[in-house]
Design a protein around this ligand. Structure first.
Ligand code: PMV
Length: 334
């Protein structure tokens, strides 16, 4: 098909998901996935995607399997168009076999698209023989799924607001070992949510409160970045909770409204607030789903985890530390 594919043809990458403390919700450009506001997150060490990409001259079409099963048409189309972006950069046309696996339930409100598109971007670029700096990889990952750009660098990461492709990149604020905080994810549903974040993102402008949220998110960025750097737990936690609630206010006041919470979600919010009154200083944040991420200091994490397991409706609790960046774990020369 082509002889421009140089040496590397197969690569495997592991990328973690991330939890945003200042969230991405709404875009100024849908095609490039440029967000309305910058965001800040932490990679989660125990929730990750492993993706292998192999370019193969004998293939006549791309193939994509998820958890060892052929993926559905919609998922496959999104993956193949992302591989197309990277093929165009590498100047190749060779078709690819893509195999991906999550170690957590897909589509349950843990950002599986973040780890998926970070792993896919890094594995595909490597297999295509491209040697891209981290910043370029974040631009690529962002175009696959916005939040994926924050899973490329390690640890605590900021994704910058920018009005062009190049300006909207992600970079590390602090490495994983900077601050030993924990994210205990209380999983309350393991099935696909009804409105995915890709669709929810398109509705923000129908909420009368969106402009205010975007403005406040800008202020939250400065507060949370600083709180992370100074390890100021109370400021960090309080601001993170406020920011999360604002995302859900936008979702609930969009046309049509999106209600991501279940009764269990609200029960956990109330429990965490009560624990705090009793001296256990944990905070919550919630993405586009019913699961609750409970943030705790390292010394309180086991206690928080035990309490979450006792909460009615909680199916699984995932215990996360600050995680690594996207890493190529295997690659082959042919
Ligand atoms: O990248 P997406 O389309 O999965 O959007 C993720 C949006 C939130 O998880 C709700 C917030 C965020 O910044 O991660």
């Amino acid at each position: 098909m082509t002889d421009t594919l140089k040496h590397l043809q197969k690569a495997t990458c592991i990328a973690t998901t991330n939890i945003a403390f200042v969230k991405y919700w709404g875009r100024i450009n849908d095609a490039l996935r440029l967000p309305m506001n910058g965001s800040i997150s932490m990679n989660l060490d125990s929730a990750f995607t492993t993706t292998t990409v192999e370019f193969d001259e004998s293939l006549t079409a791309d193939l994509f399997s998820l958890a060892n099963q052929p993926a559905d048409a919609k998922q496959s189309a999104r993956v193949f168009s992302h591989v197309d972006r990277i093929r165009a950069m590498a100047g190749i046309q060779t078709r690819a076999r893509v195999a991906s696996e999550n170690n957590f339930p897909t589509g349950a409100g843990i950002a599986s698209s973040a780890s998926a598109f970070a792993a896919l971007s890094v594995a595909t670029a490597k297999a295509a023989g491209l040697s891209l700096p981290e910043r370029e990889l974040t631009l690529l990952a962002r175009q696959g799924s916005g939040s994926a750009c924050r899973s490329v660098p390690a640890g605590f990461v900021e994704w910058h607001y920018g009005e062009t492709n190049e300006a909207s990149f992600a970079e590390q604020i602090a490495p994983p070992e900077h601050w030993d905080i924990r994210d205990l994810i209380a999983i309350t549903q393991t099935t696909h949510k009804e409105v995915g974040s890709a669709d929810g993102n398109k509705l923000v402008s129908t909420s009368p409160f969106n402009e205010t949220r975007v403005k406040l998110a800008g202020a939250s960025l400065n507060i949370i970045r600083r709180a992370i750097l100074e390890k100021n737990w109370t400021t960090f936690g309080e601001e993170t909770e406020r920011e999360a609630i604002r995302l859900h206010v936008i979702a609930m006041t969009s046309q049509p409204p999106i209600y991501y919470w279940s009764p269990v979600t609200l029960a956990i919010i109330q429990a965490v607030t009560e624990w705090r009154r009793d001296g256990l200083e944990a905070y919550f944040t919630i993405d586009a789903g019913a699961n609750v991420h409970v943030l705790a200091k390292a010394e309180d994490a086991d206690e928080v985890e035990n309490r979450l397991w006792q909460q009615e409706g909680v199916k699984i609790v995932l215990h996360n530390k600050p995680g690594m960046g996207a890493q190529v774990v295997e690659s082959h020369l042919f």
